[in-house]
Structure formats: C-alpha cells, structure tokens
Design a protein around this ligand. Structure first.
Ligand code: SF4
Length: 412
C-alpha cells in the first residue's frame, strides 16, 4: 500500500516521511465485505467462517494474483493450509506483488523447494516431547500446545509440520496427560500455551485449562503465545479479557512483523488486553521483503510501544522446509540491530535470536560492542562507533591503580 506522498508523486517518499507514514494507524477497509453488517464483521466467529481458503477464492478477490501464487495456493492444502481472515486480507495491497502482508499469508510455489539443510521440525521440538503436545526443552518451563489450528497461516511457520494438519501430522493433545506431567514435575514454574493459536479455544474451554494449570502450586507464571490480536483482533472481546485477568500473573506474546499490521483495530484490541493487566511482548520473524529494512523495523518497534507492547524477540527465520524465499540473512539482522540499539528507546529494542537448528534453544545474536578485554581494561564501542575504556583488572575486579601494560587492540 503506497502512502499519500507516493500516490501523489509516483516516487519513493523521503526517508523521514516514510518512517512517519509507516507509524500512522489505519483501520482495515471493508473491501469486498462492505455490505456485511457491523455485527457480523466485528464478530470473530463470522471472520473465521468467512476465511479465504482456496486458490479460486483468492483469484476472485485478488485479480493480481500471480501464477506463482496461484500454484502455491493450489499446493497449500498438502503442506500448510491456506487461510486468511477477511479482516487481514484487507491489509493486502493488490497492486504490490511484494506487499509485506501478502508475502506472509499467500502461498507461493517456492514453498515446495526444499534445501538439504531445511527441516520439518527445525527446533527439534518432537524430540523434547515427553507427552503429546508438551515440549520440555528448557529446565524450568514447558510449551503446552493446545491446538493445531490458527486464524490464518503464516507461510514461514516453524510448526507447519503440525499446524493446520495439511501434512497429516494428526495432532491430538491430551490435556489430562499434559497437565498431569506438569503436576508431577515441580521444576516447571512457567507454562506457555501455544499451538496453533490458544485464543481459538472458546472462553469456557480456555478458562477451564487456565484454572487447572493455576491449581498446580509450583506453576508460578502463565503465558499465552498468540497471533490472534493481529490476524483477528475481533476475538479480543471484553469478556475474554475479563476471564484472562483472573489468572495473573499471565503474560501474552503476540506476533506481528510489519507496522501495517498494527491497525486501529489491533491497537484497540491490545489496549483491552493491557487494561486487563496483561503484560504484552511481541515476537517478530525477520523476513525478506517484509521487515528486513532498518527503517521498517524501527517504525514497527516504535509503533508496538504505542500499542503498549514491548518488542521481545526478533527471530532469525528457522530453517523450515520451503522457506528460503522468505529468509533474510543473519548479516541483515545484525545490521538492523545495529541501527536500533542506541538509535531508539531501549524498550523498543528486541533481542535478536537464532533458534539453534536441531533443538539447541534460543541463542542471542548481537553486533560486537566489546572490542577487546586485556590487562587493564575492557574496550567498548557505542552506537556511534566511538570507543571507550572501562578499567578492570584481568580477574574482573575494579582497578585501584592504572594498569602497567595495555595491549593495543587490532582495530579495523
Ligand atoms: S500463527 Fe503462529 S502457529 Fe499459526 S501459522 Fe502463524 S506462526 Fe504458525
């Protein structure tokens, strides 16, 4: 979607102008659904029932669909299903093949190209699963998979092996066994509900699950990972928020990748969650042509803060099968981090991580700020490239007198 400057002049807007225009909150248009009554449009069940789920529907609604996208949509139901809520569909710019919204949810035939190092389970979750639907990879916390369904499907999904069941994984969580395992492991103090999307469960079902987890004395902390606030903000009803606030401390990690996903509808939904006392963090995935641009990323993280959401993680895209066309490089990720740290509010800076392929867990990746550590100092550089010394003895204790010998580092 071009901004007003581009539409008027046909040129790319100047940098500062582009940054500001990315941060403006817009409402999703009604588009093809302009005759639908408000009561339906704002009803999350109506949105789910009217999702776009076939290549033919997509072609009808998006005449600019490319042959590559049509072929991808045809193949999707054998790999990771195609589904887009009408609300989210309206954020797509039909005139732009590389629209950052479009790239995230419209399949391409390139999804069928698999490199030898790509995997169906790149984070090694299945090998850390003591009971179906529970991943126990870190010492004091578990991932509790609630469902294999989402409101819409992200083409780079790490869990595409099971999500949507298009690949025939046949995911059947057994809440009783999952809860029993947690109850029997007193070291588990943190439970993250994920999936698929836990907020697709009805309020009653979710309340029942949260109550049972809260009843386990050693579970200190509950989290929900959900893309629903951006795919289906209509689901964040006052009733849902009133129910969730009974289970504090309860945090929520949302998932948004581009500032255009942060509409007025999303901002209002996030405001309802924040008003219910739910601390909000965002997880983004670094994606080629979506957010592999420092200016876009900076606008995104600043806009998240305006929505009361702390940018939490920026993920290097996992080596999921068929995702090469969407993966940006680690060098690009580092360049973006370099242009965030110090250049904007610290709260706005996420932690950039690679989920170590094969199941090594999250590894933080940072630009190099410590240039050297030697006899009497730590040499550091700041975000402007200026170099500073922090005096410190080799054993890490504070210095009481100047060091005898300092080795000059090799600086580029
Ligand atoms: S919402 Fe999450 S689980 Fe669902 S498809 Fe997207 S990344 Fe995967």
């Amino acid at each position: 979607m071009k901004d007003e400057h581009s539409l008027a002049t046909g040129e790319e807007p100047p940098s500062g102008h582009r940054h500001q225009s990315l941060k403006v909150f817009h409402s999703a248009d009604r588009g093809f659904w302009r005759d639908v009554p408000d009561a339906d449009w704002n009803n999350w069940r109506w949105q789910l029932q009217h999702r776009i789920t076939s290549a033919e529907q997509l072609q009808k609604l998006l005449p600019t669909l490319t042959p590559e996208e049509f072929a991808g949509a045809k193949l999707a139901n054998h790999k990771l299903a195609l589904a887009i809520t009408p609300y989210f569909f309206n954020l797509i710019d039909p005139a732009d093949e590389n629209c950052p919204i479009r790239l995230q949810v419209i399949p391409k035939a390139a999804e069928t190209h698999t490199a030898p190092w790509e995997m169906n389970d790149p984070c090694g979750e299945d090998s850390h699963s003591p009971v179906p639907g529970l991943i126990h990879r870190y010492p004091d916390r578990v991932l509790f998979l609630v469902t294999d369904r989402c409101a819409a499907y992200c083409r780079y999904c790490t869990r595409s092996r099971l999500v949507s069941n298009a690949s025939g994984y046949d995911f059947h969580p057994d809440f009783n066994r999952q809860i029993e395992y947690i109850a029997q492991h007193p070291e588990i103090r943190d439970v993250l509900l994920s999936g698929g999307d836990p907020l697709l469960l009805s309020d009653d079902k979710l309340e029942n699950l949260l109550s049972r987890l809260r009843a386990i004395p050693h579970v200190e902390f509950l989290r929900i990972g959900s893309r629903i606030p951006t795919f289906l903000p209509q689901r964040i009803t006052p009733e849902l928020c009133a129910m969730l606030k009974k289970f504090h401390p309860l945090f929520m990690s949302i998932h948004s990748n581009h500032p255009r996903e942060l509409t007025t509808e999303v901002r209002d939904a996030l405001g309802r969650l924040a008003d219910a006392g739910i601390p909000l963090g965002n997880q983004s995935v670094l994606l080629k042509h979506v957010n592999d641009d420092a200016e876009v990323m900076k606008a995104h993280v600043q806009k998240l803060l305006m929505c009361r959401v702390k940018p939490y993680y920026l993920y290097q895209c996992d080596l999921i099968s068929g995702s090469a066309h969407l993966r940006a490089s680690v060098a690009k990720g580092l360049e973006i981090m370099e242009q965030l740290r110090g250049h904007t509010t610290g709260y706005a800076v996420p932690t950039y991580v690679i989920d170590a392929p094969g199941g090594g867990g999250k590894v933080p990746i940072n630009p190099e700020y410590v240039l050297c550590r030697n006899a009497g100092r730590v040499l550091i550089r700041n975000y402007e490239g200026r170099i500073f010394e922090y005096p410190e003895a080799p054993d890490g204790t504070p210095l009481t007198k100047p060091p005898k010998e300092i080795q000059e580092p090799e600086l580029v």
